[in-house]
Design a protein. Structure first.
Length: 185
């Protein structure tokens, strides 16, 4: 399975790139992004739809027929609907999540937005979230889209991931460093 991952990723990137260019040329980047998010939300909410998308037992015609019905009922139309139908026709629905993620990555880069994930031991208050966001934007000089992950095991502090960079200011890491320093002496 690991050997097929780069192929899936490469195909997802090609589809995402093509969709981004079409949406940009049509002036509908935000509308396409919203429609794709709506489709992913439908996938998340329906085990049957997820099964249809990921199961190779269904023929292309069966997938296209079912996807048409889902898109019509959800009110997803235009470029996003045509894209999803094309993906179904080409038997690539299993990679739709990667395609959507690739599209959103291109959209964010186009808008100058950088994604950051902050891991904290308990949910941030609005004031603290705003402070973290302001600090990251000041440090990077970029607009930041911040997502929050709660992990009580870090005890205190926070861990910030932005692209390939990570800042670990968690109490757990500091305690482990102290433990290591004390045992090596």
């Amino acid at each position: 399975m690991a050997a097929s991952s780069p192929i899936i990723s490469e195909a997802s990137e090609r589809y995402a790139s093509a969709l981004f260019e079409l949406a940009r040329d049509a002036g509908s980047l935000d509308a396409v992004g919203a429609a794709l998010d709506q489709f992913i939300a439908l996938l998340d909410a329906s085990a049957d739809l997820e099964r249809l998308v990921s199961n190779p037992v269904f023929t292309a015609d069966e997938q296209v027929g079912a996807i048409n019905a889902v898109l019509n009922k959800a009110g997803i139309d235009g470029l996003a609907a045509n894209f999803i139908k094309l993906v179904a026709t080409k038997r690539r629905l299993f990679a739709i999540r990667g395609m959507v993620a690739g599209f959103h990555a291109r959209l964010a880069a186009h808008k100058g937005i950088t994604f950051a994930e902050v891991t904290v031991p308990a949910p941030l208050s609005d004031k603290n979230r705003a402070a973290v966001l302001a600090a990251l934007e000041e440090k990077t000089g970029q607009t930041i889209s911040l997502s929050e992950k709660v992990d009580p095991s870090i005890i205190g502090g926070l861990v910030v991931k932005m692209g390939s960079r990570m800042i670990d200011a968690s109490l757990k890491t500091k305690l482990n460093a102290m433990k290591l320093a004390m045992t090596s002496n």
